[in-house]
Design a protein around this ligand. Structure first.
Ligand code: NAD
Length: 487
């Protein structure tokens, strides 16, 4: 079966060994969260089909066509994949938009970012070097980097294309075969990536795409003895389950997990810029971002005035259908996730929170069938309130005051998570001091959510293990080997 020949009513097939296979697990629906209407049926792989994908990946990775391909040739394949993504940019962006509801401009930007990631790792692949190490005798000693063989990439629904590129591109650059398991909410962009990669000349079996649920397909992949490394992005609970399974196999894992990032505004900050930064930091993508700045700490001297400006500006955000002109916030990615957000806001109210903005669904008729939720700002919170401690992964900002630097650092670090943080201040010495004291894998100073593929990314504490992106991003998918050559 070819991807092109699929019928719209049949479940989308999975990609194993370069073939499109009608998987035999229980198919499920992909639903457009902006309208509530079904998009497609997605096939779920059975355990036997996951095993087949792992076998095919091992067969492919052992063949000279991939194993002995010189780095500059591998780089050329990665660039051809990037070109294919650019040529199919509208298709990819649309698939993401109808599956997770992100606004069109963000979907387009994410395709561009994903193809740029393939180009970056093409460059890394053909330029990164092995090392000659200082000998202590009459020999030549070297460190070489070898692929693991077969690795699994498991991804979430909020930014599927960028997360998938961030794993698949370096894992291929490193010389592995990959089995990609996308989120059940956003299966289609990954299947499209599989099609583009095949067309770009990637040998069959080097990238397999198996769709299905985490509890079945994801679990089987993680536990499979033939999978030598897992790169996972998703919730901290799922990450913990994967780490446990990996411990049994003594298998390395990279875990990019949840966050509850503090966004900090000192009294001397440029307040216009800070208001924009705080709003983008939480409401872009309807708050469904691992690095969302969801805890706002404002220095007490400016708190009342700053929060008033923030509420006024956030109230003007255009919540609309994702392809509507000027839409700034689309729906929540699924109806079930909106319910979870509503439940958490309900708990906050029981704990005494004040709703400064939103806290409900929009009442616009045109949005009634979708999973929309208004930008929400909560005040009057205690620092141990559930919404201050737990990741909501939605458009909900918790606002808390602070007195001085020590109080701020104490509150900001009082979290199980440590993914990111933002600081707004005119005092560069303070910015440096606070940035160094914050327990977070990324810190932004007078900006927020800037991300470069060249800069390693990952979490402190329960936000994860390992660093993706940058040169460390390719090493994540390799193991070093010392070679001693007697002279
Ligand atoms: P999730 O953990 O429910 O699912 C992520 C992926 O893991 C899906 O493909 C799912 O099918 C699979 N999965 C779930 N349980 C599994 C298991 N036991 N074994 C193997 N696979 C399993 O997360 P989600 O709801 O899709 O995404 C939201 C979460 O992802 C949030 O917590 C968010 O913070 C996090 N996230 C983190 C980053 C980061 O870089 N740190 C980026 C984006 C999202």
């Amino acid at each position: 079966m070819s991807a092109a020949s699929e019928s719209p009513s049949a479940p989308k097939p999975v990609l194993i060994a370069g073939e499109w296979i009608a998987a035999s697990g229980q198919a499920f629906e992909s639903v457009n969260p902006a309208t509530g209407r079904p998009n497609f049926l997605i096939a779920a792989a059975s355990e036997a089909e996951v095993d087949q994908a792992v076998d095919s990946a091992w067969r492919a990775v052992r063949q000279a066509a991939w194993r002995d391909m010189l780095p500059h040739k591998r780089a050329a394949v990665l660039r051809a994949i990037a070109d294919g993504m650019d040529r199919n940019a509208d298709t990819l962006a649309r698939l993401q938009m109808i599956e997770n509801g992100k606004v069109w401009a963000e979907c387009q930007a994410q395709v561009a970012s994903a193809s740029a990631t393939f180009r970056y790792y093409a460059g890394v692949c053909e330029t990164i070097t092995a090392e000659v190490t200082p000998p202590r005798g009459n020999y030549l000693s070297m460190t070489q980097y070898e692929p693991y063989g077969v690795v699994a990439a498991i991804t979430p629904w909020n930014s599927p294309m960028t997360m998938e590129a961030q794993k698949v591109a370096p894992a291929l650059a490193a010389g592995n075969a990959v089995i990609l398991k996308p989120s059940e909410v956003t299966s289609s962009p990954a299947l499209e990536l599989g099609r583009i990669a095949l067309q770009a000349g990637l040998p069959p079996g080097i990238l397999n795409v198996v769709t299905g649920l985490g509890a079945t397909v994801g679990k089987r992949l993680v536990e499979h003895p033939g999978v030598r490394m897992v790169s996972f992005t998703g919730g901290t609970g799922s990450g913990r389950a994967i780490a446990r399974a990996a411990a049994d196999k003594l298998m390395p894992v990279a875990l990019e997990l949840g966050g509850k990032s503090p966004h900090i505004v000192f009294a001397d900050a440029d307040q216009d810029a800070a208001v924009d930064g705080v709003i983008g930091g939480i409401f872009e993508g309807s708050g469904q971002s691992c690095v969302a700045g969801s805890r706002l700490y404002v220095q007490r001297a400016i708190a009342t005035a700053f929060i008033e400006r923030l509420v006024a500006r956030a109230g003007q955000l255009k919540v609309d259908l994702p392809d509507a002109r000027g839409a700034q916030m689309g729906p929540i990615a699924s109806f079930a996730h909106r319910e979870k957000i509503e439940g958490m806001v309900g708990t906050a109210l029981q704990e005494g929170a004040q709703v400064l903005l939103g806290g409900r669904r929009p009442d616009t008729e045109a949005l009634a069938a979708g999973a929309f939720y208004l930008p929400t700002i909560l005040g009057g919170l205690r620092r141990d309130a559930h919404v201050v401690r737990e990741e909501i992964f939605g458009p909900v900002l918790c606002v808390l005051p602070f007195d001085d630097e020590d109080d701020l650092v104490d509150q900001a670090n009082d979290s199980a998570y440590g993914l990111a943080a933002g600081i707004w201040t005119a005092d560069y010495r303070r910015a440096w001091r606070v940035a160094r004291r914050l327990e977070a894998g990324s810190v932004w100073i007078n900006t927020y959510k800037q991300l470069s593929i060249a800069t390693p990314f990952g979490g402190f504490k329960e936000s994860g293990i390992g660093r993706e992106k940058g040169l460390t991003g390719i090493r994540l998918y390799q193991q070093s080997k010392g070679i001693y050559w007697g002279l």
